[in-house]
Write a protein that binds this ligand. Structure first.
Ligand SMILES: Nc1ncnc2c1ncn2[C@@H]1O[C@H](COP(=O)(O)OP(=O)(O)O)[C@@H](O)[C@H]1O
Ligand SMILES: [Mg+2]
Length: 221
């Protein structure tokens, strides 16, 4: 993890040092200085974003773990991403078991986990003309199973474990931080659940989030 941080934050930092040196040179034309300023700001924002995500990854439970309506969480996550640019060419389907299922989780963080999975799915299909993403909920014996699957390229079997590692990304430099899935994984594990890969009936990737039903553990919400 430390090597990943050093790499992710180290690159923009090296750029910043270079920019500051450039700015201290009096012979640089104003237009060039403005450009350098803008890039400085961009790199600083990028470092800020990385640190913010790292904190989310490192810091356990900030909200209370309560009984959350799993279907409601899926619906609100879908509503949040529907308007996103990456969903313009994507059909978003909901497949939710009508039976009321409450799971033990932090409500905002659970929605964020689903938002992350939904955005990843749509991002994986950015180069395709059209795609389908489905978010669903089914009851298993001991837990609720929330899933997000897509019709994209899927995940090569040799990467099945790596994708959950912090900073692992196949997206181009500056686009992905590779923290999304590691944060999701950490959160879900913290609620006594798990995230794993399944087989998508749409031909692409399928992420399954298993969460214990509320009331199935010792704690009561
Ligand atoms: N639905 C998906 N289809 C294909 N690959 C995916 C999907 N979701 C995640 N991945 C792979 O997992 C990697 C890590 O995802 P993530 O941790 O969210 O980081 P990021 O989105 O910043 O790359 C992605 O770069 C991609 O290679
Ligand atoms: Mg992501």
């Amino acid at each position: 993890l430390a090597a990943g941080i050093a790499h992710e934050v180290g690159n923009p930092l090296a750029a910043l040092v270079g920019f500051v040196q450039l700015l201290s040179n009096d012979r640089i034309p104003e237009a060039k200085k403005k450009e350098v300023h803008e890039r400085l700001e961009k790199e600083l924002n990028r470092i800020g974003e990385i640190i913010g995500r790292l904190l989310a990854y490192a810091r356990p439970a900030r909200e209370a773990v309560v009984a959350v309506d799993a279907a409601e969480s899926a619906r609100s996550a879908a509503e949040l991403v529907r308007a996103d640019r990456v969903f313009r060419t994507v059909d978003l389907e909901l497949e939710l078991d009508e039976k009321v299922m409450t799971v033990r989780a932090e409500p905002n963080a659970l929605r964020q986990v689903l938002v992350n999975l939904l955005l990843n799915a749509a991002e994986a299909m950015e180069d395709l003309e059209r795609g389908t993403v489905r978010v669903g909920l089914v009851a298993r014996r001991r837990h609720a199973l929330l899933y997000v699957e897509d019709s994209g390229p899927g995940i090569p079997s040799e990467l099945r474990h790596e994708i959950f590692e912090p900073f692992f990304t196949t997206r181009e430099v500056g686009k992905g931080t590779g923290l999304g899935l590691s944060v999701c994984h950490g959160l879900v594990r913290g609620w006594g659940g798990d995230i794993r890969l399944g087989t998508s009936s749409l031909g692409g990737a399928r992420f399954e989030v298993e969460l214990p039903f509320s009331g199935s553990g010792q704690e009561t919400p």
